[in-house]
Design a protein around this ligand. Structure first.
Ligand code: ATP
Ligand code: MG
Length: 270
């Protein structure tokens, strides 16, 4: 069993649904392979027929299937530490959903410390989320049409000294609530900073419907992943994206369970 599998095994015992053998497993909802691409961030656009783009579409289908009935449409993407592929996952997931005729997407860059999504999308902006939350500007001033399917984008904005306060504010929570309630077919995908070094992730986790946790192969230590999962265990983890996977990894039952996951939190409350 690899380090990552051991981490998931332990995390699974803590969190996910009980399986037929009575143990608990965290469900891997998708596994994104490592691939050299010209623009690694937007493979769903630059190389839409590739296997990796297909993985993102599969990821999208699973997520929609599992969240639609309960209208769980506000979803944050996070990870234990930095550089695991959160932004990459956020933008490709958002693009995949936005290509659906039936759905629209608001992609929110809530990583006010290290915003990157605007670079991935090639967008320059004047105002973003940080200005909306700290000043008296209209929401229409920060929503940018991307021209990619039904995708609109809210950039992070300029750097601020109090990202935690802004992202935990009533104004931010009302914004997400309003987005959630306005359109039944709309997904709100929120890119966030990593859980362990910063407090924002925990805060945002408390007001979204679901969390997608990204783990990059051979990146974070097992203990580190466990620690982060412990910290958000009260929240609704939809599943894990196993990112940058080498060919041949994950021949274990985790992958077998990969496509039938349930929000563990609903079960935990029962
Ligand atoms: N599956 C992958 N294949 C190739 N490159 C990848 C993959 N996933 C991520 N990367 C690259 O790794 C780098 C980090 O990815 P990304 O910015 O998505 O991570 P992050 O978790 O958002 O980081 P941070 O915590 O700093 O915000 C980027 O250059 C990205 O293009
Ligand atoms: Mg990022």
């Amino acid at each position: 069993m690899s380090e990552i599998e051991k981490a998931l095994d332990i995390a699974g015992k803590l969190m996910a649904n009980t399986t037929e053998d009575g143990r608990k497993k965290l469900k891997i909802i998708n596994r994104i392979e490592r691939k050299e691409i010209v623009n690694p961030c937007l493979v769903t656009i630059t190389d839409p027929h590739s296997a990796i783009a297909e993985e993102y579409r599969r990821f999208k289908s699973i997520l929609i299937r599992e969240t639609k009935t309960d209208f769980h449409n506000t979803i944050m993407i996070t990870s234990a530490i930095d550089n695991e592929g959160k932004s990459n996952t956020s933008v490709n997931l958002a693009v995949s959903i936005a290509h659906d005729i039936d759905h629209s997407v608001i992609l929110v860059d809530a990583d006010l410390r290290k915003p990157t999504l605007h670079k991935y999308l090639g967008i320059e902006y004047k105002y973003g989320l940080s200005e909306y939350l700290s000043r008296d500007i209209d929401i229409s001033d920060i929503i940018i049409k991307t021209g990619i399917g039904n995708l609109v984008f809210i950039p992070a904005g300029n750097q601020v000294e109090n990202p935690v306060e802004l992202l935990s504010s009533q104004k931010m929570q009302s914004l997400i609530k309003e987005f959630k309630q306005k359109y039944m077919d709309r997904y709100i995908i929120i890119d966030t900073p990593p859980i362990l070094p910063f407090a924002e992730g925990i805060t945002i986790a408390s007001y979204v419907d679901g969390i997608v946790f990204v783990i990059r192969e051979a990146h974070a230590q097992k203990k580190t992943i466990e620690e982060a999962l412990h910290m958000i265990k009260a929240s609704n983890i939809l599943g894990v994206v196993y990112n940058d996977a080498s060919a041949g990894s994950f021949h274990t039952p985790y992958y077998r369970y990969g496509y039938k996951y349930t929000g563990y939190n609903r079960d935990a409350k029962e």
